[in-house]
Design a binder for this molecule. Structure first.
Ligand code: CTP
Ligand code: MG
Length: 244
């Protein structure tokens, strides 16, 4: 499934991020094409902005998705948060689904090998699988500044070699993902723990083992304006190399 209901505030003013174009094609279409290009994917559920369901449906149809033969692409209304969007999309999956991949629309250039590696690891018995890459930068943990705008005190430096930046698609046993989303909904507002920012984080919080497989630098998330420049360059290189 593809959460695509975000506004893309950090990208700046304009259309919702998933509908912005990359090489003349909406970011969302790139992401859906990548998933449909994976042999193991049979159904794709897109969580669109709540007021944009017919528009997104039309967009996907208009871009005639290759490899769609025998595959089902559904569009549902997303929610206020990414977590809510994923929960709503989960409800639109066929009952008999065994493995679910959750893939950010905002990662349009994910290589098919990453998708297959995550799906393969779940099929091989892992409950929850995330693709991830080592960090280039050292990471500091800080506390709030004493005064607004002041310097933030550093309280620790986790060992960089043991940190990973996680990407999507994240893969799960269907029943486990439904279960942790239900638990998260039931627990909403009852805990002062920090909000969980990815689906694997829900598994960690509500019970289950998560493992990491190698991600890919081209699976980066389009978040800020500079990411669009990088994405255009990666796409241009692919088109030059193999007529992608
Ligand atoms: N997402 C969603 N529903 C929301 C919020 C986010 O489906 N209510 C999706 C986004 O569309 C995106 C993915 O979750 O594909 C990852 O989120 P992020 O990169 O943070 O995208 P946005 O929330 O759109 O961007 P920003 O945080 O800059 O506003
Ligand atoms: Mg966001």
């Amino acid at each position: 499934m593809v959460p695509a209901a975000g506004r893309g505030e950090r990208l700046g003013p304009g259309a919702p991020k998933a509908l912005r174009e990359l090489g003349g094609v909406p970011i969302l279409v790139h992401a859906v094409r990548a998933l449909l290009g994976a042999r193991s994917v049979r159904t794709v559920v897109v969580a669109a902005p709540a007021d944009g369901v017919p528009g997104v449906r039309a967009l996907l149809d208009e871009h005639g998705l290759p490899g769609q033969l025998g595959k089902d692409v559904r569009v549902v209304a997303g929610g206020e948060t990414r977590q809510e969007s994923v929960r709503l999309a989960l409800a639109a999956l066929p009952e008999e689904t065994e493995v679910v991949l959750v893939h950010d629309a905002a990662r349009p250039l994910v290589p098919v090998e990453v998708i297959e590696a995550v799906a393969g690891a779940v099929a091989a018995g892992s409950d929850a699988v995330v693709p991830a890459v080592p960090l280039a930068d050292t990471v500091k943990q800080v506390e709030p500044a004493a005064r607004p705008g002041g310097p933030e005190p550093v309280v620790g430096t986790p060992e960089r070699a043991r940190l990973r930046a996680v990407q999507t698609p994240q893969g799960f046993r269907h029943r486990l993902l439904v279960d942790v989303h239900a638990k998260a909904l039931a627990a909403e507002g009852t805990s002062d723990e920090a909000p969980v920012t990815d689906d694997a984080g829900l598994v960690e919080r509500f019970g289950g083992r998560v493992v990491v497989v190698p991600g890919h630098e081209e699976a980066f998330k389009v978040t800020r304006p500079l990411d669009l420049v990088l994405a255009e360059a990666v796409l241009a290189r692919r088109r030059a190399v193999d007529g992608f």
